[in-house]
Write a protein that binds this ligand. Structure first.
Ligand SMILES: CC(C)(COP(=O)(O)OP(=O)(O)OC[C@H]1O[C@@H](n2cnc3c(N)ncnc32)[C@H](O)[C@@H]1OP(=O)(O)O)[C@@H](O)C(=O)NCCC(=O)NCCS
Length: 333
């Protein structure tokens, strides 16, 4: 784990936002498409419902709504933002970056921007990129979004995947700690192990399997997943990341753990392995399912609204996903 930043600018969070589409897809609704049941889904995952974007909403639409709430929370205007980072694997299109449209729609006239593709780890990785760019002095106000419309890449004939995921967006504004006055960035980690395209991926549409009649017939543009492998990996890395924080800071310093909202059973198993009680975790998986890069961002804003971010205590955000990739961001609220 990286040391707290020393001899550079201290960084904090000035504003948080989240947005989820209005349409709810319940487990009972899914029973109409695939051979599944509310009982199976709740027992195996803890998910009761998820949100689905409307036809005229794009990933940028969701990100802009979350970003607007984060700007209001920070008391900032879009034009003050200097850089937009949008973590997503379901951008408006492969290019240009979704960040470009987000920046334009919030009025960030002078900002730079780019997308960051690290699947479910995306927001947690992007928060570290943003924090270090502010710590270095290169930028002072960065908008980080985690936004996904996973429903557009889900195969609603595949019960192994379609029940697990949903749509949504979250956003955070990073700035220097003297302005933000809360959410000090203490460090984090970014890890990966390649070669897992058969474990969790959207195989079609890139240079490996460009779009063709064949790729469509083989349904390669939909998400594919080997659930059991992901389950074991997620429990192991999540528990390991939390144990590292405990070793360095002590259990009592932790105020709340806001993990990637992947599956209630994965979260419970990892907390058990880390030797921590479930009441230290913030969970909203029952309402939204897994929203990939948006999940930690949405949960962070909801934990804030629920009064779960305790002044002076650590906020631990572990995430993991396709790649395989995993890492965490550590804040002191
Ligand atoms: C997918 C997952 C919920 C399956 O749970 P599980 O306890 O491993 O499931 P089991 O092994 O007991 O059961 C698998 C069986 O359930 C079936 N099944 C899968 N999805 C189902 C569904 N939605 N409804 C009913 N049955 C389903 C499978 O076809 C399989 O049937 P079979 O044994 O006849 O082949 C679990 O592996 C998981 O959550 N993995 C992580 C996935 C994830 O979160 N990915 C994103 C990571 S970022």
């Amino acid at each position: 784990m990286a040391d707290p930043l020393i001899g550079v600018r201290r960084v904090g969070i000035a504003g948080l936002g989240r947005y989820v589409p209005e349409k709810i897809l319940s487990n009972a609704d899914l029973e109409k498409f695939v051979d599944t049941s509310d009982e199976w889904i709740v027992q195996r995952t803890g998910i009761k419902e998820r949100r689905i974007a409307a036809k005229d909403q794009y990933t940028s639409t969701l990100a802009v709504a979350a970003a607007q709430q984060a700007l209001d929370d920070a008391g900032m205007k879009g034009e003050e933002i200097e850089l937009v980072i949008c973590a997503t694997v379901t951008g408006d299109q492969p290019f240009p970056a979704t960040a470009c449209r987000v920046g334009m729609e919030i009025g960030a006239k002078n900002a730079g921007g780019f997308d960051l593709a690290a699947a479910c780890s995306g927001f947690v990785f992007a928060t570290q990129v943003a924090s270090n760019m502010i710590a270095s002095g290169q930028y002072s106000k960065i908008l980080v979004c985690g936004a996904e419309i996973l429903s557009r890449i889900l195969d609603y004939k595949d019960r192994n995947t379609c029940v697990l995921f949903g749509d949504g967006a979250g956003a955070a504004i990073f700035t220097t700690l003297d302005i933000a006055q809360r959410g000090e960035y203490l460090g984090g980690s970014i890890s990966m192990k390649g070669g897992a395209e058969d474990v969790l991926a959207q195989p079609g549409g890139g240079s490996r399997h460009p779009a063709s009649l064949d790729s469509i017939e083989q349904r390669l543009h939909f998400m594919k997943m080997g659930g059991t492998k992901v389950f074991r990996f997620a429990v192991r890395v999540f528990a390991g990341l939390v144990r590292d924080v405990i070793e360095k800071y002590g259990k009592d310093e932790i105020g709340v753990i806001i993990p990637h909202q992947v599956n209630q059973r994965i979260i419970e198993s990892a907390m058990d392995q880390a030797g921590l009680p479930m009441d230290m975790v913030f969970c909203n998986i029952n309402k939204y399912g897994n929203t990939s890069a948006a999940s930690v961002a949405i949960a962070l804003r909801e934990a804030y609204d629920a009064g779960r971010l305790e002044k002076g205590k650590l906020v631990v955000m572990p995430a993991f996903g396709a790649g395989m990739s995993w890492g965490h961001t550590l804040l002191r609220w």
